[in-house]
Design a protein around this ligand. Structure first.
Ligand SMILES: *Cc1c(COP(=O)(O)O)cnc(C)c1O
Length: 380
């Protein structure tokens, strides 16, 4: 029997600690991708390991209809971290499920079906979220996906305003497109989404599955645009590497969300890990750290390779950073791993992406900049 979905990389991982991953060969890698932002506290963070093992011994899982303290505490914490007045939440098991729930809740609460997404967006791979995902490669051969979805140009306020009407249930948008190539939306665009949805009674859904939890310098990237959406979705780093998702909603959505559910939602072991993750992010002010170090990282990259012949742009927000390159991003990612033992990620064909754990320090960032200069600089 053999795995057939993922194509395996030539590095076999054995263990991880903090910002490092150890291969079976003994080689140590600096993890500047955090497996797509899934381990914001780094590998095997003691607070998460302890919370998880203690809870697993006490009660690993019980069905969601029995109240359990740790699940309630996580709901309190996660809704408290969301901007006011987002006071209600639903826990799922992945990002795509968090978005499925957001789409279902928006449709039910509005009694409408039309959902607008943006070109370049990635919202997941189940047949609803997939309908909001832009690139054909994710949909090829799987159609029909869910109906009722349309796309508008990312970051074009006028086109967006034009597209939102009385039939719109919701608009779903990433404040910074991740898979699409680290594309930050302007405040104007996010404000236009807010105004347009509000004026017709539709839901503004912000997908913070990659951008959230402090990565961009505030707990939620949308806070920087000065608007409060109706729904925020989270996942990836929310339990520091264990499967979880969250759909956080305002009261008008929660009151009329319809029938939804999921067997493993908010299971006690995952809830304990997630609670420890969120507490650590807040206690250690990791959003503040991401803002400072991310600014240094971007400035140093700009200085090292901003003018290099092979580089088109350096962009991002906090510790969500992309370098748009002229050669294929995959080759740059491979060179960083094989020649410098630094793990990065591609975002589309031409963007090299860094989503390091939020506990990364200045020396790790410096080492990364030197490696990037070696791979992409004009002397390279
Ligand atoms: C990863 C991602 C998803 C999908 O999350 P899964 O856990 O893989 O289902 C959705 N939206 C964004 C912005 C993502 O980065």
């Amino acid at each position: 029997m053999s795995e057939f979905v993922f194509s395996p990389k030539p590095i076999r991982i054995d263990s991880g600690s903090g910002v490092h991953l150890q291969a079976e060969s003994g080689t140590e890698y600096l993890d500047m991708g955090a497996s797509y932002a899934c381990t914001p506290l780094g590998h095997s963070h003691p607070a998460v390991v302890e919370a998880l093992t203690d809870q697993a011994e006490r009660l690993t899982y019980v069905q969601g209809s029995y109240p359990v303290a740790v699940r309630e505490e996580l709901y309190d914490l996660v809704t408290e971290t969301a901007p006011d007045p987002i006071d209600y939440g639903w826990l799922a098991n992945s990002g795509t499920e968090a978005n499925e729930a957001a789409i279902k809740f928006a449709r039910h609460a509005t009694g409408r079906s039309k959902i607008l997404a943006t070109k370049g967006a990635f919202h997941g791979r189940t047949l609803g979220s997939l309908a909001a995902t832009w690139k054909p490669k994710y949909r090829d051969g799987f159609e029909p996906v869910a109906g009722g979805f349309d796309f508008v140009t990312f970051d074009d306020p006028a086109e967006l305003r034009e597209a939102v009407d009385e039939e719109t249930a919701g608009v779903i948008v990433e404040p910074i497109q991740g898979e699409g190539g680290i594309n930050p939306a302007s405040e104007d665009f996010l404000q236009a989404v807010r105004e347009a949805t509000e004026s017709v009674g539709a839901a503004m859904i912000v997908d913070e599955i990659q951008s959230g939890l402090g990565r961009t310098g505030s707990l939620w990237a949308i806070e920087e645009a000065g608007v409060v959406p109706d729904i925020i979705t989270s996942a990836k780093g929310l339990a520091n590497g264990l499967p979880i998702g969250a759909t956080l909603v305002r009261e008008w959505i929660a009151e009329d969300a319809g029938n939804h559910g999921s067997t493993f939602s908010g299971g006690p072991a995952i809830a304990a890990a997630s609670k420890a993750t969120l507490e650590t992010i807040r206690e250690e002010d990791l959003p503040g750290h991401a803002a400072d170090l991310g600014a240094q990282f971007q400035a140093a990259l700009e200085e090292a390779v901003g003018d290099a012949a092979g580089v088109k742009a350096v962009r991002g927000e906090g510790l969500m950073v992309g370098i748009q390159v002229k050669r294929g991003a995959n080759g740059v990612v491979r060179d960083l791993a094989m020649d410098h033992q630094i793990l990065a990620l591609p975002a589309g064909r031409t963007v090299v992406r860094f989503l390091p754990p939020l506990i990364v320090e200045a020396d790790h960032v410096e080492r990364t900049v030197e490696a990037v200069a070696d791979v992409l600089g004009d002397q390279a």
